[in-house]
Structures are given as structure tokens and as C-alpha cells.
Design a protein around this ligand. Sequence first.
Ligand SMILES: Cc1cc2nc3c(=O)[nH]c(=O)nc-3n(C[C@H](O)[C@H](O)[C@H](O)COP(=O)(O)O)c2cc1C
Length: 301
Amino acid sequence: MKIYFAPMEGVTDGILRQAHARIFGGIDVYCLPFHKLNQTLSLLTREKRDISPEENEGLDILPQALTRDPEQLSAWLYYVSECGYACADLNIGCPSPTVTKRGRGSGMLRDPDGLRSFMDRVFSNTLPVSLSVKTRIGYDSAEEWPGILDILADYPLAHVAIHLRTMREQYTGSTHPEAFELALQRGVSHPVWNGDLRTAEDVSEIRERFPAVEAVMIGRGLLADPALARRIRGGPEASREELWTWYTTLYEGWRERFDATIALGRIKKLMEWPGEGDIRKKRLLRRAMDIEECVRAVVGD
Ligand SMILES: Cc1cc2nc3c(=O)[nH]c(=O)nc-3n(C[C@H](O)[C@H](O)[C@H](O)COP(=O)(O)O)c2cc1C
């Protein structure tokens, strides 16, 4: 079974991807957070760095775009191809109001006719790389899902990663496993389960319920337990030593790239995941003045 590391803007940059692959592994494909496309087709410096082959040496990556303009997407796909990659992803799932109010991300799910004509235009030309999508199962309600699937099933997508929630549901509340079943039944290309996989047992349950599942995509579960993919493959859990190496490597990488204050802020945000709900750990982390104190608060000595 293939395991994708989900894209997480502001978290899963090249420093994290490289450190993760080196220390824990178990991931087949690291997904890049979205490039927000615009009319001038200019990318931010950080977006260019994030997709560059140097930043991703030795990794299989999947770049991602956020746009509702087929011409912008086509031009970007050529850029992805020039960078040397074979596949790219379109984000039609982002629930952020700043994105959806412009009809992008999951805003595209709100307008099925618009989504179909977008896809028609994209696939009317031969694409330089294969295209996948990352979607949610509706904007307001899961009742929209069969209609969305009818559209997605009509195009030769490399895969369809499905965060099994609607836009309204954001990131909480239970996922909708029956929507995954429907995706399998409707013959959409290679559906990928995404949402709330936190333990190796969660993945075993999915595989038992859906023996046809070929791939899963994991986001927050890997922030909470960076050894999760390795454990899913039968490997050991993260040792204390590995966790020390993980956090200090990330801190050092971010300190060199940004500065000490930004690096400490980023690492504290990341370290809230393993201690989710643990108020004492959270308080210790908030008070920590340097990386050693942070790691001690979360991992122990
Ligand atoms: C901080 C954060 C940033 C995210 N950024 C992106 C993004 O750039 N592109 C995207 O498709 N999804 C993004 N997501 C959604 C995740 O990729 C994933 O679909 C979601 O967290 C559900 O999976 P999980 O339960 O395994 O975390 C983001 C999620 C979080 C928490």
C-alpha cells in the first residue's frame, strides 16, 4: 500500500521532508503544499525553492496547485515538467474562506458545472505530466458527493485523494467512510483515503473494511507520530533518541533558513501535535526558551 505524506502549508517544507525521509522513512510520496497560481504566473521565492529539485533530492514528491483557471494550471504543469517531475496535483479541497470566496479550493465543489468545464478545458490538450486531484466530499453537505464523483470519474486522473469531510466540516468531527466506498464503486481513478489516520490500527481497519484500498494519505497523524508510516509497514515506534534528532534537526534547519525566533515558533507549533490535549505539556512547551527545553517538554530527557 502506498503512503502519501499529506501537504500541510507552513509545516511540510523541504527541511521537514528531507529530515523525515532520513530519520523515519516509510513514505512513498511527499506532497507539496499548494502553489497559489496567479495571472502573471509568478511564483513566490519560497514556492520556487519548495519545488526545486535541489530541495527534494532523493524524494518522490507531488507538487500541488490552487487555481480555478485552466490556462494557469496548464502553464504551471509545464513548469512542473521542466522541473523534472512526472505528476502534479490540483487542490479542490482547501476550506479556507480566503480561498473558497474566490471559487478556488473546495469553492470549486460548489459549482459542479464550472468544475466540469474546467476539467474539460484542462484535458482538451495533452498534458505534460499526469494530473491528480485532492478533494473533499462536498461544500455544504455529503449529498453533493455522488455528483462530484460523476464528474471526477470522467477524466483520466492519476489518483483522487479524498479528505472524507465536507468544506463545512473543516478538520473535525467524524469522517464519512461510506463516501470512500462510493468512490470505489463509481470507478473514480485510484481513490486515496485521507482523514484521521492516527495509528497503524486505524490503517488496518481501513484495509479490512476496504480491501481494494491502494493508498492512504496522512497529515496530522505524521506530525503527532513521525514514525507512523514506518509502523504501518511493521517497523518500530520512534525511539526517544530519534525524536530528539528529529526536532533538533528541524530546529537547526529552520534557524539557518529563517532565524532563531521563527524556528522556535515553528517547532513549538509542530510539537503541539504529539501532546494534543495534554495541558501540562502544552504549558511547558509555551514557556520553553530554547529547543532543548521544548524537546524535554514533549519527549522527556
Ligand atoms: C496546517 C495544515 C495545512 C494544510 N495545507 C494543505 C495544503 O497546502 N494542501 C492541501 O491539499 N491540504 C492541506 N491541508 C489538509 C491536509 O493535507 C489533510 O487533507 C487534512 O489534514 C486531513 O488529513 P489528516 O487527518 O491526516 O491530517 C492542510 C492541513 C493542515 C492541518
